[in-house]
Design a protein around this ligand. Structure first.
Ligand code: NAI
Ligand code: MG
Length: 353
């Protein structure tokens, strides 16, 4: 297969982990006789420095023509004082919006070798393997009006959804559950919010089309508790934008390091943007200490979700498992009797598998 991939390295450790992602894609192309072509563009702080805007026109145009996009990370103290519309993260929000990437997929897996890296008890974390499907382009983040009123004495934000926006994210979640353990937890606050009542109705309507998937509804407060008391009871969770933001950060503690968490933002036709969950880590940038595994696992998601290359994705995931099994790790991971290596060496260990 021929695929064209746009790389957006961005800032801080972004370029280091993007290099690792590209190496893995090249190794997969070689092994399975695919042709992957690459094109790099600026985004975030790097784009502000070079072109005076966090999301240059050539970056948008290239992303629109790509089969998939890989993003490293954006932001850093250098750009913190800039006004809101000029901030590096505007580049990321802008590209998601421009491409209509409405579904954010965040898998969280507790790797056997890292059970002790989590602040939770190993016996609680063991066996956890869940996927959070978060709605990404609606809800409180975009609803209007959003403003201060009455000379600053009152304020309003709006939680608004179109039926179609809920239907498509719910479908995406059912489809994800279907190829996993066939269990879907829909998370809402239906005892309080009208938007949640409609959300629940739509899940009930849609479940008729997916008789093989078992569905449960859970209030967001209960879900937040269960994520840290019994995380292995979840398979796929689907929820609106704000709840998803909070729950996915909460769930990230299960893995023990931000450096292990991949993510994808996709739309119906499979085009997607893949990125590690972590930021630009300015404290370790340029020191070859960044853990590349979140990025490498994001590549596995790209192979699966954008290219339909399931075997190739499993090869990448197995290589990550194998490297952890051999106890190689970067400094962010606690592995007993581990072999501490640099980020680039860890990436090459994965490529060599
Ligand atoms: P961060 O994720 O960059 O770093 C938090 C801590 O985790 C740091 O101690 C860092 O060294 C460590 N860390 C993160 N990724 C790592 C990796 N791959 N390997 C080893 N250690 C790793 O979050 P922080 O410090 O809150 O934000 C730094 C900058 O990144 C800010 O400008 C922020 O706005 C931006 N950011 C960007 C995101 C993105 O591009 N999607 C997401 C989150 C933050
Ligand atoms: Mg967040």
């Amino acid at each position: 297969m021929k695929k064209h991939i746009v790389l957006l390295p961005g800032d801080g450790i972004g370029p280091e982990v993007t290099k690792a992602a590209k190496q893995v894609l090249e190794a997969i192309a070689g092994r399975y006789q695919h042709t992957f072509t690459f094109e790099s563009h600026e985004i975030g702080g790097a784009a502000i420095d070079q072109q005076g805007t966090p999301l240059p026109e050539d970056t948008i145009e290239a992303c629109k023509k790509a089969d998939a996009i890989f993003l490293g990370a954006v932001g850093g103290p250098k750009w913190d004082q800039l006004p809101g519309h000029m901030r590096p993260e505007k580049g990321l929000l802008g590209i998601r919006k421009q491409l209509g990437l409405f579904a954010n997929l965040r898998p969280v897996q507790a790797f056997q070798q890292l059970l002790h890296a989590s602040p939770l008890k190993p016996e609680v974390v063991a066996g956890s393997d869940l996927l959070i499907v978060r709605e990404l382009t609606g809800g409180l983040y975009f609803g209007e009006p959003r403003e201060r009123r009455d000379n600053g004495q009152s304020v309003v934000d709006t939680l608004a959804y179109q039926r179609m926006e809920i239907e498509r994210i719910v479908e995406k979640a059912f489809e994800s559950a279907r190829v996993r353990r066939k269990h879907l937890t829909s998370v809402d606050k239906a005892n309080v919010l009208e938007s949640s009542r409609m959300w629940r109705e739509i899940v009930e309507e849609k479940k008729v089309d997916y008789p093989d998937v078992e569905v449960e509804h859970m209030l967001v407060d209960a879900a937040a508790m269960k994520l840290v008391t019994n995380p292995s009871s979840f398979d796929v969770l689907v929820t609106e934008n704000m709840f998803g933001d909070i729950l996915s950060d909460e769930a990230s503690v299960l893995t023990g390091s931000l450096g292990m968490l991949p993510s994808a933002s996709v739309r119906e036709d499979g085009v997607g943007l893949y990125e590690p969950v972590h930021g630009s880590a300015p404290d370790i940038a340029g020191e070859n200490k960044a853990n590349p595994l979140a990025s490498i696992l994001s590549v596995a998601m790209m192979l699966k979700h954008s290219f339909g290359m399931h075997e190739e994705a499993e090869t990448v995931e197995a290589a990550v498992q194998q490297v952890l099994q051999s106890r190689y790790h970067t400094q962010d991971l606690k592995i007993s009797n581990g072999v501490l290596v640099s980020g680039s060496v860890l990436a090459s260990k994965v490529v060599d598998q």
